[in-house]
Design a protein around this ligand. Structure first.
Ligand code: FE2
Length: 430
């Protein structure tokens, strides 16, 4: 007897639908037709069944705080940091937890079941750290939440940042964070990368730095991160997040840097929703886009995982915990519209994010956990195009969320009465 039988599931890379049998939280069989009794049968009707989404870069301490204590008028990164500085002394553990848990509800409804969140440790009370550690404990049955000790105001620029960062790690925060481009000088930024990598090496932890989130082509802290990763043997557990200065770098320098990033096994996490809005703000025209060199990094074999970064906070007024929206913006902002690249964008917000977080490969397979999302779309590209409805969200065989399919009722002479967006247009074949 099965717990759940999913009929006619279209796996991301499969041409034909298959049935998925689930027992005791695991996938026990995938076959064209499974004849077995099940406590519950879900008819996927040929729709896409994919691994859950992963967001490897988020700020859960600030999420859903839009307008507190005021709005970001310039829309810049620096006003966002200043605004967050105004809000920080007003934070209470209860308010941080309440917003974070509300966000996690939203995330689950969107099939987003793994999140790496930075948490600002430049607050002597460590209010947000304590609150998010409690949130991590509470959501553990349904979300893999990793926390990064993030010295938002600079490891050296903020007086107690290093002490607080070490305290946060002692309290159980998972990853070492940093922000070298926000230190007072390039040299201080370089020193901070070295120190943070040494802390990660000493403690056996991953390191994930906000690296060069700047339009300055000479912001080259990613180079130091790669070199330190090699020096200290941190390959595979070091990440450069944002890396937007690479967009503006000299091409010759970039041609030397990218192989170094690959050699060091760095993960790179661009955040398209945020950086398409934050970067280029001091440009007149032409105005620069705000993404790192995704195509070139991919071609060099680097794991590039798209992140969301923000939802309704001092830096970004929009967002909806939707990693398909992130992939959609990435496709536009790079731009990368080949079918291969768009299919990659879907993997980037599933498998790519899991690799960056050091989680097991979530590809759906027999023997693996029955953690999956059934989408109202026929393939990954259509899912991105439609930001498809998550019909079912399962974690280890347990249904966490269900959403009714989107369907419009039309009143048009001589036209169909209903319209299912996922069945409306032909899908392209390679
Ligand atoms: Fe960030």
């Amino acid at each position: 007897m099965l717990d759940i039988l999913v009929r006619a599931a279209r796996l991301p890379d499969a041409k034909l639908p298959a049935d998925i049998a689930i027992r005791d939280g695991r996938i026990v069989e995938i076959a064209p037709r499974i004849e077995a009794q099940a406590a519950r049968v879900i008819d996927a009707a040929g729709q896409l069944v994919a691994p859950p989404f992963v967001d490897p870069h988020f700020h859960m301490d600030a999420t859903l705080s839009l307008g507190l204590p005021r709005l970001n008028r310039s829309g810049t990164l620096l006003e966002g940091i200043a605004l967050w500085g105004e809000l920080k002394p007003l934070l209470t553990p209860e308010a941080v937890m309440e917003r974070a848990l509300r966000y996690c509800d939203l995330a689950v409804s969107q099939g987003l079941l793994a999140i790496r969140s930075h948490v600002d440790v430049c607050d002597d009370r460590l209010t947000a750290t304590e609150a998010l550690l409690e949130v991590r404990r509470r959501v553990a049955p349904y979300i893999d939440l990793q926390l990064v000790a993030f010295p938002q105001d600079g490891l050296y620029r903020s007086p107690n940042a290093e002490k607080n960062l070490l305290r946060a790690l002692d309290m159980g925060v998972d990853v070492v964070g940093g922000i070298p481009h926000f230190e007072r000088t390039m040299q201080a930024g370089t020193d901070s990368v070295r120190r943070l990598c040494e802390i990660a090496a000493d403690r056996g932890l991953p390191v994930d730095l906000h690296c060069d989130e700047s339009d300055d082509p000479l912001s080259r802290h990613i180079e130091t991160l790669a070199a330190e990763t090699l020096r200290l043997g941190l390959q595979g557990r070091a990440t450069g997040s944002h890396c937007t200065s690479m967009h503006s770098m000299d091409n010759y320098y970039a041609s030397k840097l990218i192989p170094l990033i690959a050699e060091a096994g760095l993960h790179i996490i661009p955040n398209p929703l945020i950086n398409i809005t934050l970067q280029g703000r001091s440009d007149t025209y032409p105005r620069r886009r705000g993404l790192t060199r995704i195509a070139e990094l991919r071609a060099a074999g680097v794991n590039v995982a798209l992140g969301q970064d923000c939802t309704m906070d001092p830096w970004y007024p929009l967002g909806s915990a939707d990693m398909l929206e992130v992939a959609h913006m990435g496709i536009h902002a790079v731009p990368m519209t080949s079918r291969e690249a768009m299919a990659w964008a879907f993997r980037s917000v599933t498998q790519g994010g899991a690799a960056a977080m050091g989680l097991p490969d979530p590809t759906l397979r027999v023997g693996g956990p029955a953690s999956l999302v059934i989408l109202q779309a026929r393939d990954p590209i259509e899912a991105i195009r439609l930001r498809a409805t998550r019909l079912y969200v399962l974690r280890e065989g347990r249904i966490l969320a269900e959403t009714a399919p989107r369907q419009a009722r039309l009143s048009l002479p001589g036209r169909p009465e209903t319209l299912d967006p996922a069945a409306y247009a032909p899908i392209a074949e390679d």
